[in-house]
Design a binder for this molecule. Structure first.
Ligand SMILES: Cc1cc2nc3c(=O)[nH]c(=O)nc-3n(C[C@H](O)[C@H](O)[C@H](O)COP(=O)(O)OP(=O)(O)OC[C@H]3O[C@@H](n4cnc5c(N)ncnc54)[C@H](O)[C@@H]3O)c2cc1C
Length: 432
């Protein structure tokens, strides 16, 4: 019997396994580990669940990731754009103003300078206060409405408060066409040379001293004296300690006698699901960029990744690929479409915008993800407090994007795993 059971084999579970060492076991529902960081192949095209890249402000974790991948990555320049009125505008939008119509530039500058602060009660207020009316209404509000599918007045601001207000000087320079850069910590990123982003979780898994049990769908978690019994349809395990690195919804559903206040709090936590569509093309890439953001409602996706930017080996010779992301709720109109219908709609939108021609498409693939984005609605903090207090009382540690219900990228998930591993392993964790 292993001492520690880790529920979920995404990057959180795998990093926990790495830092804790041999005294743990990871239980993963799917046939393979990796969770949201998995990659897929179809007809010689590789693609991820959306645009996953390796970057971090946390230099210790970034160094850890790169050392783990030992020369298996390329360092690439983040060439990104936003798509507005049928043209590409350098990302972030406020750094590419010179290509806009004069009226748009004027409204953006005046809105930025003449921006009396409003009381900041929600995400929409924060957007107006930080960027002014022009940037807010032309780009930031439509884009965020599209990705979050939630009224921005019903979202909080804790997750964006650290985003700095762009300097007026940068806006003026960008309006005049003088080069400026925003979000410089993302200016360069790293990406695996082969295997897609999944190379990160795969390599973590290869370095694990402990065990992984795949196809172990955790259905019941029972406290039996001092032991935890973890049960799937076929198997059962016992552990002294438990760490949840799978979505909090699954954990709470598998426990017995959970107070109603807690089940209510968990079911009130809102999330967005994701559809990813890969489009393989029989011609080389035309656009010199890795990604592009689409605020306009008429276009079904909010982000497009030019996937072969990551490496020519990610598409067959002479070909290229696009991967688009569509968020939504599981029972909304888009999510009720069949895979074929969604792929066709994506092809129609790309064609209408002049980004592809229909006869260039040689293959498509569609993937759906239930838990993709935790939503920071105005009640999230209060609900999360209830859930966290309950899990702390049960002595179940939480680690990962949907276990902690935080908008964490994989670097932040690895940081969290290191912290939890240190705590659980009585202060003895492997070095990152
Ligand atoms: C569109 C998109 C783009 C992103 N881009 C980036 C990026 O550029 N860079 C970056 O670093 N991060 C990015 N991220 C974030 C990154 O994907 C996550 O931070 C990371 O994958 C979260 O890992 P996790 O282990 O917490 O969760 P998950 O990957 O969700 O893992 C949870 C695991 O639990 C398993 N599980 C679920 N239920 C059960 C059960 N009942 N029993 C057993 N197992 C179960 C699942 O199968 C899964 O393997 C992006 C995410 C999205 C959605």
């Amino acid at each position: 019997m292993k001492e520690i059971g880790i529920l979920g084999g995404g990057v959180a579970g795998l990093s926990l396994g790495y830092f804790i060492g041999k005294d743990c076991e990871i239980l993963e529902r799917s046939a393979s580990v990796g969770g949201l960081c998995k990659s897929y192949e179809k007809d010689g095209f590789t693609f991820d669940l959306g645009g996953h890249i390796i970057f971090s402000r946390d230099t210790e974790i970034l160094d850890f990731e790169l050392e783990l991948l030992e020369g298996k990555t390329n360092k690439l320049f983040r060439k990104a754009n936003c798509y507005y009125k049928n043209r590409f505008v350098k990302y972030p939008f406020e750094n590419g103003l010179s290509v806009l119509d004069k009226e748009d530039i004027y409204e953006i500058l005046v809105g930025f300078v003449n921006n009396p602060p409003r009381p900041q009660n929600n995400f929409e207020d924060w957007i107006y206060n930080t960027f002014g009316k022009g940037l807010a209404e032309k780009y930031l509000i439509p884009y965020n409405q599209k990705i979050w599918k939630t009224p921005l007045t019903e979202m909080g601001v804790q997750w964006v408060e650290r985003v700095p207000k762009p300097p007026l000087e940068d806006l003026v320079k960008s309006a005049l066409g003088i080069e400026t850069e925003g979000y410089v910590h993302q200016l360069y990123f790293h990406y695996p040379k082969t295997g897609g982003f999944e190379t990160l979780p795969k390599t973590l898994a290869e370095h694990l001293p402990g065990q992984i049990a795949t196809e172990f769908h955790v259905k019941k978690v029972l406290k039996d004296k001092q032991k935890w019994r973890v049960i799937s349809d076929k198997y059962e395990r016992e552990y002294e300690k438990l760490i949840c690195a799978m979505p909090i919804y699954d954990l709470v559903a598998s426990l017995e006698n959970v107070p109603t206040e807690v089940t209510n709090a968990v079911s009130a936590l809102q999330y967005n699901s994701l559809i990813v569509v890969m489009v393989g093309l029989n011609r080389p890439r035309r656009e010199d960029m890795v990604t592009c953001f689409f605020p306009e409602k008429e276009i079904i996706f909010h982000r497009l990744v030019f996937f072969d930017y990551f490496g020519s080996n990610y598409a067959p010779e002479g070909c290229s690929s696009m991967v688009v992301e569509i968020t939504g709720k599981e029972n909304d109109q888009t999510f009720c479409m069949t895979d074929e219908q969604v792929a066709q709609r994506v092809i129609d939108d790309l064609t209408r915008e002049g980004l592809i021609q229909k006869n260039e498409v040689v293959t498509t693939a569609v993937k759906r993800v239930k838990y993709a984005y935790p939503i920071y609605d105005l009640h999230r903090e209060k609900n999360l407090e209830i859930v966290n207090a309950f899990c702390a009382e049960q002595k179940i540690e939480l680690c990962g994007r949907f276990a902690e219900f935080n908008y964490l990228n994989s670097d932040a998930v690895i940081r969290s795993a290191k912290t939890v591993a240190t705590r659980v392993g009585e202060g003895v964790a492997r070095n990152a």
